[in-house]
Design a protein around this ligand. Structure first.
Ligand code: E4P
Length: 218
């Protein structure tokens, strides 16, 4: 399973990339706004940190505008994946850019039917938002299972399931069990994955015993 990091914070991405935990990056207009920086500069900087796909989202809502923005964004770096919302204009843009060999991430997916449409439009990635579904008392993980199963039924579908709106480690573990290809994780969740109290207490005990020996390895 690939791990993408869901942030436009370049310092966070750099730190996580150095630990080998970043296979790609996703951004969205809210994350770019939070960075307080010019979008093209942030995307270029992120693309230089990771070789993996970096999702950059269009903000136009009509086909011509989305296509123009998508072409501008893909020219920032070879590893940009253009992100479009799951609307009719978004799917049309997805088809046009995919036909030209540009990977497209179709975002704001909340149903299996929408995910099928994105696959038919040639999306490289479909982004179902599990946390936002959980927030309204729907089961986000059921959606992931449905999409994975449906895509598997049709081997011609090459679209990867990119689990988005991940809020905690259990979302990641369940997505992996269901066979999702990718999860995009906020940096805080990636760090939560590392933590286990038995790791911390075990290490403390080892170091206390080691200190009693008076030895040093070097
Ligand atoms: C995915 O690409 C989105 O940027 C992101 O996962 C949305 O997450 P949120 O629901 O926590 O805003």
């Amino acid at each position: 399973m690939k791990f993408f990091v869901d942030t436009a914070d370049v310092a966070e991405i750099r730190a996580l990339a150095e630990s080998g935990m970043v296979d790609g990056v996703t951004t969205n207009p809210s994350l770019i706004a939070k960075s307080g920086r010019k979008m093209s500069e942030v995307i270029a900087e992120i693309c230089a940190i990771t070789e993996g796909p970096v999702s950059a989202e269009v903000t136009a809502t009509d086909f011509a505008g989305m296509l123009a923005e998508g072409k501008y964004l893909r020219d920032i770096a070879a590893n940009v994946a253009v992100k479009v919302p799951l609307t009719e204009a978004g799917l049309r843009t997805c088809r046009a850019l995919s036909n030209e060999g540009t990977p497209v991430n179709v975002t704001l997916c909340f149903s299996a039917a929408q995910a099928l449409l994105a696959a038919k439009a040639g999306a490289a990635f479909i982004s179902p938002f599990v946390g936002r579904l959980d927030d309204i008392a729907h089961d986000g993980m059921t959606l992931i299972g449905d999409i994975v199963q449906i895509y598997r039924n049709y081997p011609g579908i090459k679209t990867e399931v990119l689990v988005a709106s991940v809020r905690h480690p259990i979302h990641l573990v369940q997505s992996a069990k269901l066979g999702a290809h990718v999860a995009t994780l906020p940096p805080s969740v990636i760090r939560q994955l590392l933590k286990h109290p038995l790791t911390d207490s075990g290490l403390s005990a080892f170091l206390a015993d080691w200190a009693k020996t008076g030895q040093s390895i070097l």
